[in-house]
Every structure is written in C-alpha cells, then in structure tokens.
Design a protein around this ligand. Structure first.
Ligand SMILES: [Zn+2]
Length: 341
C-alpha cells in the first residue's frame, strides 16, 4: 500500500531544469544525496505530495527516499522502491519512433511482421528514396557475396550471404529503428537476427550474428555498429545473411547495393513488383526473371497480332502488355518472345 499519491519525474543529466523553484529543489536533493544511479545514467527522482513543490521541499525530511530500482518486463519502465516501503513505477525515456516510420505491423517478438500482406496487395511499382543529404547509407559488412538471392537446393534464399569472419562488425544499412532483436530459438534458421525498419519504408534483416548489441526500439543511424558476424542458426560457417524487404516481401539486395564496389546504385530505387520474386535477380532482365518462373512464352509468328495471341491463350491484350512492358501499339517482330501467362 502506498501511503502517498506520488508523482515521480525522472530527468536525465542532459536535460536542464527550467524553473528556479525546481532547481533549488534539485540542489536540496543533491545535498541529501537523493540521487539514484541507474544504468550508468544519473536519474533524478523528484517526488511531490499533492501540495506544491516548495512546500514539499520545505517538508523535506518527511519525504520518502528512493533507495533502489527493480526491472519490470518493460525495459523502459522500472519500479522505484522508497525507504518507507512504498514503491512506484517510473518510465525511462523511450525513443520516439520517427513520424515517417510505418508503425503498423510493428512486432518486436517475431522476425516477419507483414504476414497478412500479400504480393497482390502491393503496387506494381513504387519509388523508394534510399538516401539524401541527411540520410546516408552503409554497406552492412565488408566482404564478398558468396551466395545470392535465388532458389538454392530447391529452397528460396531470400537475401545475400556476405563473407565475414566471426566477430566482424556489422553495420546498419540506413537510418531506422530496430524492430526486433531475437535469439536463435525464436527465429528459425536466422540465428541471432536483427530487423531494422527504415524511414524509407524498407526493412533490412541481419542473420546468423554471433551477437547483437542493439535492442528492439533502439534508434540507429546508417553505419551504426549493431552486432558481430557469426554462424548462429541454419549456417555452415561465419557469414552475414542480409535481406532487404518491402512490406515483408524480399527482393535482391544487390538491386540496391553494389557490394563489390561498396556503393549504392541510386538515391531513389524503383521497386517493381516482379522484383519480389525469388527468380528475379539484379542484372537479369525482367523477361529472364519472369521466364524463369515457368511463364508461358509465345514466339511471334507471321500474321500474329496481340489480339489473336490473347484469344489463343485465353488472356487479354492488357495483361500481355503489362507482363512484357510494352504498349498496345507495339509492332510485333517475327521470332519475338512474349510472356503470355
Ligand atoms: Zn543466407
């Protein structure tokens, strides 16, 4: 039972105290050593009875003294114990998610957040601003790509594997907020994994880490050290498994970064829907990517028209045009290959 209705304010050292009245009160606290050291940050606990600050300050000796803190399930909240056997919660400064960050589908306890979003729900094409003068990029790890975005032994490999040694530094690719930081038992094959959600709308995944040094809801800047290379999870040797995703759908990270040169390919990235397919790799034409998904391909013969081809395959001219990125007025060439389904 609490004897008092207690309001606890915690202010960090970096914050200045605005009112003179409060400053005096702080000075008294200092004199009485009513300062709690918490997590290497000095936290001033100021507490009032319902009356005014100054009156309470005058009645100083009767104010209970904080003497310890206990953790709760919420890392941004602690329990403060007072010397009169009362206690209260206090909130530690929690980073505010940037306004431009998509706060929907925000899960800190699972790797994939957009489970209810399907490919058909996404736009055919979207421009994603990757960098500008205020928001730089960073290649997440130095090393060669040893495995790409592709089907591998019949399983989709939804990212790139970067050859790193155990303990090599891993960096955040763009500014953002750590959505989840999870250990191997919660992540399937990813091992120790970090997922960062970026203000540009992308999420980046960093898998098989030996260790991560950030936690969910930490703000990170491009180039911040976030963890170390390792081989946790489904892995046969130290490497970084790096994924880039939009609304949960993965696409080839090599479309964004030239890992060999250590550079970004463009400031604005146009993500096309067909990139969100395991067969669609950077450097392959859309046609090659689509053809490899076991599309039906028609080779144009003499006398063919788009209308006739559409009828023959029970589809529409618009659909064929869209699949091939051509207009309705396009003159067909003999021998030209068209994806029809
Ligand atoms: Zn991998």
């Amino acid at each position: 039972m609490r004897k008092f209705v207690v309001f606890v304010f915690c202010l960090f050292v970096t914050l200045s105290v605005s009112s003179q009245e409060k400053k005096n009160f702080f000075q008294r606290l200092f004199e009485k050593k009513q300062v709690v050291v918490h997590d290497t940050t000095y936290v001033y606990l100021v507490y009032y009875q319902i009356d005014t600050v100054s009156q309470n300050a005058e009645n100083g000796p009767e104010i209970p003294m904080p003497f310890d803190t206990l953790p709760t399930n919420d890392r941004f909240q602690k329990v403060v114990l007072f010397n009169d056997n009362t206690w209260t919660y206090y909130d530690i400064e929690k980073p505010v998610l940037p306004d431009s960050l998509d706060s929907d589908h925000w899960y800190t306890d699972q790797v994939h957040a957009y489970r209810d979003i399907q490919l058909k729900d996404l736009p055919d094409e979207i421009d994603i601003p990757l960098i500008d003068s205020l928001h730089p990029y960073c290649i997440p790890a130095e090393g060669k790509i040893v495995s790409g975005f592709k089907l591998r032994r019949g399983r989709p490999h939804r990212g790139v594997d970067i050859d790193v040694d155990y303990g090599d530094p891993i960096y955040a690719a763009f500014d953002g907020v750590v959505r989840c930081a999870l250990p191997p038992r919660l992540t399937g094959g990813y091992g120790n994994v970090l997922v960062i959600r970026h203000v540009n709308g992308l999420e980046t995944y960093y898998g098989h880490l030996s260790k991560y040094i950030v936690e969910s809801e930490d703000l990170v800047k491009a180039g911040d050290l976030i963890g170390y290379g390792g081989s946790t999870g489904r892995s046969t040797g130290a490497h970084l498994h790096f994924e880039t995703r939009y609304m949960g759908q993965p696409f080839d990270p090599e479309r964004i970064f030239d890992f060999e040169k250590g550079s970004i390919r463009s400031a604005i990235f146009t993500l096309k829907k067909n990139y969100l397919n395991i067969h669609s790799r950077n450097g392959k034409s859309d046609y090659q990517s689509k053809a490899s998904v076991k599309r039906t391909v028609h080779t144009v013969r003499s006398g063919d028209t788009l209308g006739a081809i559409a009828r023959h395959y029970h589809t529409t001219i618009d659909r064929i045009c869209k699949l091939n990125g051509i207009s309705r007025n396009k003159t067909l060439q003999l021998g030209q290959k068209l994806i029809v389904k």
